[in-house]
Design a protein around this ligand. Sequence first.
Ligand code: FPP
Length: 265
Amino acid sequence: DINIFRFAKKNIPLPLDSNFADKPMNIEKEMLPKHLAIIMDGNGRWAKQQGKQRIFGHEKGAKIVREIIQEASQLGIPYLTLYAFSTENWNRPKLEVEALMHLLSRYLQKEVAIMQKNNIRLNAIGDLESLPSKVRKELYKAMEQTKDNTSTTVSLALAYGGQQELLQMTQQLARKVQQGLLTPEQITPQEIQKALYTQEIPPVDLLIRTSGECRISNFLLWQIAYAELYFTDVLWPDFTPEQLHKALLNYQNRERRFGKTSEQL
Ligand code: FPP
C-alpha cells in the first residue's frame, strides 16, 4: 500500500500502476484547495456515445453535480464554483436552452433539502437578471434558505462570462470615480475584487476542466491568475468522486511558487 505523500513531498513521480484515485485518505486536509472551480464539459458527447439526445447527458451531468458537491463538502473544500451556463450558451438551439433551464429549475427545487442537510450554502454568479424569471426565483429562494450554512459555498455560474464580469466591474468603479467616491489611485486589486461577482470568495486554487478541451472559455478570468489547471479527458457525466480525488492528489503534488523560486518557498 503506497503512501502518496512520500512521493509528493520528495517530488518523486508516482508509480504509474498505483491505484491511488480511490483512496481519499491519502488526500492531505491541510493542502486542499480553498477554492475549487470546475468547467463541466462533455455532456453532449457523452449522450451521443450512448446514442441519446444531448439533454440526456445534461441530466446525468446534474446527478454528477450533486455527487461532486457532496464530496467537496465532505472533504472540507470551503468554496466550489461550477460553470453551469455561459453567456455564450444562450446561442445554443432554443430547445436545448429551454431544456437546460427546466433542468436547472427542477434541480434547485430538489436540491435545497440536500443542501440543508449537508450544511451547504448556495450562491450564484453571472448576469442573473437575464435568466428566465422562474429559474431566477427558484435560485434566490434556494440562496436565501441556505444562506446561513457554513460547510461549503457552492457558486453556480449561470449566464456567466468572465469578460462581462470584468466589464461590469469597470463600469461600477468608473461610476464611483465619476461620483467622487473614489480616486483613480484608490482603485486597488481589493477594490476590483469587491466589484466582481465573487466578492468575498478567495482566488481559485485549482481549476478542473473535463472532456479533453484545454481552454478557459471565458471562466473566472481575474480569479484564476495563480490557479493550478487540471485537464482530464473524462467527460463530465463520468466524473465520479474518484476522479475528483485523482485531480486533488495531482494538485497536492505540485509546487505552487506564485512567482518565487523553489528555494524561497
Ligand atoms: C457542457 O457540456 C455542459 C453544459 C453546457 C452545461 C452544464 C450543465 C450541467 C452539468 C447540468 C445542469 C447543471 C446543474 C447545476 C443542475 P456540453 O453540452 O458542452 O458537451 P459537449 O461539449 O460534449 O457538447
